[in-house]
Design a protein around this ligand. Structure first.
Ligand code: S3B
Ligand code: CA
Ligand code: ZN
Length: 313
């Protein structure tokens, strides 16, 4: 019996209904998307459950009637597809390795797990404890953030410490919100899954990093130790500075989200390396804007101004 693409329906973490690309195979349906361009070389999007344990990838999800009720799985699958589409259609990248690698996600990792991560091979999502987070795959910006960690690992390789680590985090926040593409003037991160009991809050804000205790200027840079307690030199803290730079750039009149994404992606994949510092990201994004739009373009000028506004360059 051959695989056949099928269209299922599912309920997401926030109770919304969405259509899913699934695989009808022998007696049932698998949570496997075989409709993407990468399928021409065998690439798929597959979603698994760890069944509240920590063995990965766990079990590929199946369903008898193609109506999916595992909300965390529905969103992990749907949002991985959306992220693939953005990278392929807007940036010309074929999966995280640019060679059509299969994208695997596992949900229901451990218990009350307030975390999500790329483990070097796949995405992994906890269900949260119901207070700090609800199921973490329920936010497209967060899913795209995790997948962008994979892209960064395969390209610039920004090490996860100090300024390169804060750049690693910032590129994931930037691409995460570009993929999510909400009309959110605050450019928040994780707003859809953070504290389900409190409206309007988030993990981070790109428009006002200070709101979540992040610096938004070099003169507020936090010198922290490269330890777990020090957030590896403040990778989720000092990311506020490049995040604010991107926010100032993308909100400059005449700058489009698509063009901002092309510039940041080109800097990440063509110019940055493992130990790049904030000044190198400034130079790389100016160079990328120059490559794409010209030396005296609105884009190149706005990029330089944006970094200067946060004290870089
Ligand atoms: C916005 C995505 C994010 O920050 O995910 C993480 C969470 C929720 C906890 C710890 C680390 C991360 C990460 O991916 O950096
Ligand atoms: Ca967001
Ligand atoms: Zn991250």
């Amino acid at each position: 019996v051959n695989h056949a693409a099928a269209t299922g329906t599912g309920t997401g973490v926030l109770g919304d209904t969405k259509t899913l690309n699934t695989d009808s195979y022998s007696s049932g349906y698998y949570l496997r998307d075989i409709t993407k361009p990468m399928y021409s070389t065998g690439g798929k999007i597959e979603t698994y459950t760890a069944n509240y344990g920590t063995a990965l990838p766990g079990t590929l999800l199946t369903d008898a009637d193609n109506v999916w009720t595992d909300r965390a799985a529905v969103d992990a699958h749907y949002y991985a597809g959306k992220t693939y589409d953005y990278y392929y259609n807007k940036l010309g990248r074929n999966s995280f390795d640019n060679r059509g690698a299969t994208m695997k996600s596992t949900v229901h990792y451990s218990r009350n797990y307030n975390n999500a991560f790329w483990n070097g091979t796949q995405m992994v999502y906890g269900d949260g404890d119901g207070r700090q987070f609800t199921s973490l795959s329920g936010a497209l910006d967060l899913v795209a953030h995790e997948i962008t960690h994979a892209v960064t690992e395969r390209t610039a390789g920004l090490v996860y410490e100090y300024q390169p680590g804060a750049l690693n985090e910032s590129f994931s926040d930037v691409l995460g919100n570009l993929v999510e593409n909400k009309n959110d003037p605050k450019w928040l991160l994780g707003e859809d899954v953070t504290t389900p009991g409190i409206a309007g809050d988030a993990l981070r804000s790109m428009s006002n990093p200070n709101e979540y205790d992040q610096p938004d200027h070099m003169n507020e840079y936090r010198n922290l130790p490269n330890t777990r307690e020090g957030d590896w030199g403040g990778v989720h803290i000092n990311s506020g500075i490049p995040n604010k730079a991107f926010y100032n750039f993308v909100t400059t009149p005449g700058i489009t989200k698509d063009n901002a994404g092309k510039i940041w992606y080109r800097a990440l994949t063509q110019y940055l390396t493992s130990y790049s510092q904030f000044i190198d990201a400034r130079n790389a994004t100016i160079q990328a804007a120059t490559d794409l739009f010209g030396a005296n373009s609105l884009e190149a000028t706005a990029v330089a101004n944006a970094w200067a506004s946060v004290g870089v360059g």
